[in-house]
Write a protein that binds this ligand. Structure first.
Ligand code: P6P
Length: 335
């Protein structure tokens, strides 16, 4: 792979592909990538930057915020307010949408993000990441409202994440496959290191938090039981397990070598459909996985078809190698 294809050049070339990404969207993606570089710098400073540990606050999810959660959120807000690409932003860390302040030009896009996913891993130096999703604001002369965000994931025009690990890697789709870019810190630029990412259709590796087993619904229990029986059971093959408790990192592994990721509904919070958030976790990850030839469902429904009713709506997530996602679905249809 040539090391000299920068993110900017890649986006300009995508722009030439039947106008797939208009200039405003290209510029928006570059602003998000620049913000991720700033977040990467803060994350890599760690204790030296005084950014570890918790802030004295909770987010809308009722989760204790880490200092870096707040820093990452502020970096993304400040980077995107003034550019003229956006009408509004939504974040896991903010209860309400954040409309572009008066005085700044309004754009036609809506940006959603989880500024720092997996933040429980920050203090133990395990990879974390920023997840983002871009929608078009519905045409209207009225001021942007929360309902403008309530679009199914199949409406996304761009989605991606930036993984802060041994490398800082930006993974992106604009609807023409999945590309990966690695940050060259000396030049301060992302360079294309993989394009046309493809997830193998089959896998022998599952990712799930096994400590929740007693809380799962029957289909998930039966599916995992059968995987654990390996060659002695109905699957006829052995499985490996990985769980990093950082969705960005688990999904990156699946995009890189295949696998299946499950965060299913469980009876700890029966009134909630799942733990993960639909609009800025499951939708962007689901589109990336589909664009790489995989599948993303709730177990019974394609995630990208779900029409949100709330900004911070949660959802059950089963995503990864296509044939394995379909296999999980078969356990639900046996009910
Ligand atoms: P658990 C991180 O908090 C997160 O939202 C995802 O990144 C991750 O997959 C999941 O929650 C981990 O949840 O219950 O295993 O800690």
């Amino acid at each position: 792979m040539s090391q000299n294809i920068s993110l900017t050049r890649y986006l300009v070339e995508q722009q030439r592909v039947d106008g797939l990404i208009p200039s405003q969207l290209r510029l928006l993606i570059e602003v998000v990538a620049r913000a991720c570089k700033g977040i990467s710098h803060a994350v890599n400073k760690g204790a030296l930057g005084g950014v570890l540990g918790t802030a004295d606050s909770e987010n809308v999810q009722g989760e204790i915020q880490k200092k870096l959660d707040i820093i990452a959120n502020e970096v993304l807000i400040e980077a995107n307010e003034w550019g003229g690409h956006l009408a509004a932003m939504a974040s896991e860390e903010m209860e309400e949408i954040h409309a572009v302040p008066n005085g700044y030009p309004q754009g036609e896009y809506l940006l959603l993000f989880d500024p720092l996913d997996g933040s429980s891993n920050i203090d133990v130096n395990v990879s974390i990441g920023t997840i983002f999703s871009v929608l078009k604001k519905p045409p209207s002369d009225a001021a942007v409202v929360e309902q403008d965000f309530f679009q199914p994931g199949k409406n996304q025009v761009a989605a991606g994440y930036c993984l802060y690990g041994p490398q800082t890697t930006l993974v992106l789709t604009v609807g023409n496959g999945v590309a990966m870019f690695t940050l060259d810190r000396e030049q301060g630029s992302f360079f294309l290191t993989q394009e046309n990412v493809q997830i193998p259709a089959d896998t022998q590796e599952f990712a799930i938090n096994m400590s929740n087993m007693r809380h799962w619904d029957t289909p998930v229990k039966n599916y995992i039981d059968d995987c654990l029986q390996g060659t002695e059971g109905p699957r006829g093959k052995d499985f490996n397990m990985r769980w990093i408790a950082s969705m960005v990192t688990d999904v990156h592994r699946i995009l890189t070598r295949g696998g299946i990721f499950l965060y299913p509904w469980d009876k700890r919070e029966p009134g909630k459909p799942g733990k993960l958030r639909l609009m800025y976790e499951a939708n962007p990850m689901g589109w990336l996985v589909e664009q790489a030839g995989g599948a993303a469902s709730t177990g019974t429904q394609r995630i990208l078809d779900i029409v949100p009713q709330k900004l911070h709506e949660r959802v059950s997530v089963v995503l990864g190698s296509k044939n394995e996602v379909e296999k999980v679905g078969s356990y639900f249809s046996k009910l």
